[in-house]
Design a protein around this ligand. Structure first.
Ligand SMILES: Nc1ncnc2c1ncn2[C@@H]1O[C@H](COP(=O)(O)OP(=O)(O)OP(=O)(O)O)[C@@H](O)[C@H]1O
Length: 280
């Protein structure tokens, strides 16, 4: 893993616990193609995601980012190529299959149950209990403390877990979803950046969760159209344009200005790459 830059916020509580970076990818795409009719939305896309690292997937509107998220999270099956989890080829038929392999996706339009408290939204039916049936009941103290601790772990230490989830800002809802995914054992975190404009403070919350997940040893796929934010947390940058990988770069290869320039010229770069492929 490359050296991380200074972040515009403090590290998560307790400081980073950097795991040894495993050599084997937890998630890999090999030549994945998805077609809508005859038009490929993803065209032979390959990438590798190792535990404890952040790969940012960047691209303009229509580049294929959402389709990529759908494939790795089991919403859509790929037509060609291979999707591998822990080195084994998988073909998810439904999102539950992806979740059971440890792939947690935080969707753009993520939902909470607004009138339920934050802590109940955290546990959602898996609350810790005490006593034995028929006197078994939710252990309120453990449930509240557990939710608060998990939220602090992703960089949200001061949230009142007894308030209704409706009171949470979009960035805080994102933190809640990531805290939940990490608590319940996710190994890959797929962050589909919210489409709604976020304030800098809200964006900082999203970036904190990315860093917290990375430091806990998850492989993070951070899908965004904002190179500035991506460069703050990414180890690797995969630029999609017209469904193809137009560039696959490490932090050593590109600075934030270069990444921004590449994004604006991504379509032209993809066309050029395709021409070169044809010519060889
Ligand atoms: N259901 C669909 N039917 C037909 N074409 C589709 C469908 N969904 C996406 N596409 C096309 O596939 C391509 C990739 O779309 P995709 O939504 O994955 O891109 P994106 O990078 O996520 O864009 P955005 O940021 O606007 O969501 C686009 O050309 C899009 O028009």
């Amino acid at each position: 893993m490359s050296e991380q830059p200074a972040l515009p916020f403090p590290e998560p509580e307790g400081g980073p616990v950097l795991p040894p970076v495993a050599a084997e990818p937890v998630l890999e795409l090999r030549g994945v193609t998805v077609r809508y009719g005859s038009v490929p939305a993803l065209d032979r896309v390959s990438l590798r995601l190792r535990p404890g690292t952040v790969t940012c997937v960047l691209g303009e509107n229509g580049a294929g980012k959402s389709t990529l998220v759908q494939v790795v999270s089991g919403v859509r099956r790929h037509d060609d190529g291979e999707l591998l989890v822990d080195g084994k080829a998988v073909r998810f038929r439904r999102p539950r299959q992806a979740r059971s392999r440890g792939i947690a996706t935080i969707w753009q339009d993520l939902a909470v149950i607004p009138l339920m408290t934050v802590w109940r939204n955290f546990w959602l039916g898996d609350e810790p209990t005490r006593g034995v049936w028929p006197l078994r009941r939710i252990d309120l103290d453990v449930a509240r403390e557990g939710a608060a601790r998990a939220l602090a772990r992703v960089g949200l230490p001061d949230v009142n877990v007894n308030q209704p989830a409706a009171a949470l800002q979009p960035g805080q809802r994102h933190s809640l979803a990531v805290a939940r995914a990490m608590h319940f054992g996710a190994r890959v975190l797929v962050v589909d950046e919210p489409a709604a404009p976020l304030t800098v403070a809200q964006h900082a919350l999203v970036l904190r969760t990315v860093v917290a997940a990375r430091d806990a040893g998850l492989g993070v796929l951070y899908v965004t159209s904002m190179p500035g934010y991506a460069h703050l947390v990414g180890d690797r940058f995969v630029l999609l344009a017209g469904g193809r990988v137009a560039a696959d770069l490490t932090r050593e290869d590109v600075d934030v200005d270069g990444l921004t320039r590449l994004m604006s010229g991504g379509e032209a770069l993809a066309t050029l790459t395709a021409e070169l492929r044809r010519a060889t």
